[in-house]
Write a protein that binds this ligand. Structure first.
Ligand SMILES: [Zn+2]
Length: 206
């Protein structure tokens, strides 16, 4: 399970300062009352940026591992949120995804690059559209684009900022922003449905 590690550090600073050493998760997220054998469980490696590690805890009763993912890094996708954001911004400012693909230097052919771009665009647009619904007081005038969210939030890096602003909803939002399931999965529909239509609390009887 991924847990948010709130930090302003960029991915490069996170690696340079080995900031996973400062990550803390004081109590088990499943058993805050304790007594579940909850303990630190080292770190795990991520390939990009090179040298990245993520601090990890383990609950032996819940058989669950918790990774403290810093705000700069993608969930379940390589690299940093800023890298994903810059791809989306390229697409938003290009006349077509093919034109944007020309600027992206990865070692695969054009159809591969286009799939790579579309996957990121789809996941991020899906998250932004969900946030417009979930946080209308902030985003009701937005469309699901990075440029629109940049205007409202007045920041350059929208996705890391949303880890903090939308921290209550990360379990609903798909990767790379959130820690929830990918669009189309049954789990997502169930979670979103429950959130939107939760039952009223029971009436008190005297
Ligand atoms: Zn536990």
């Amino acid at each position: 399970m991924q847990i948010r590690y709130a930090t302003d550090l960029s991915a490069e600073q996170y690696v340079e300062r080995e900031a996973w050493r400062k990550a803390r998760l004081d109590e088990c997220p499943i058993h805050p009352e304790g007594g579940c054998g909850y303990c630190k469980n080292g770190t795990y490696k991520r390939k990009y940026p090179e040298g990245t590690r993520v601090a990890r805890w383990y609950c032996s009763v819940g058989h669950t591992t918790f990774g403290l993912l810093p705000d700069c890094l993608c969930s379940r996708l390589k690299g940093s949120l800023n890298e994903v954001e810059s791809v989306i911004v390229d697409v938003e400012s290009s006349s077509s995804q093919e034109e944007a693909a020309d600027n992206i230097r990865i070692d695969i052919d054009l159809p591969g690059v286009l799939r790579w771009i579309r996957r990121r665009v789809k996941l991020v647009q899906f998250s932004l559209a969900m946030l417009i619904d979930l946080m209308p007081s902030l985003f009701s005038d937005c469309n699901p684009s990075i440029s629109s969210f940049r205007c409202v939030l007045c920041v350059e890096s929208v996705l890391p900022e949303l880890r903090s602003r939308a921290s209550l909803y990360l379990h609903l939002l798909p990767p790379p922003l959130g820690f929830g399931p990918r669009p189309g999965s049954k789990k997502l529909k169930k979670n979103h449905f429950q959130h939107e239509t939760g039952t009223d609390p029971p009436l008190l009887t005297r």
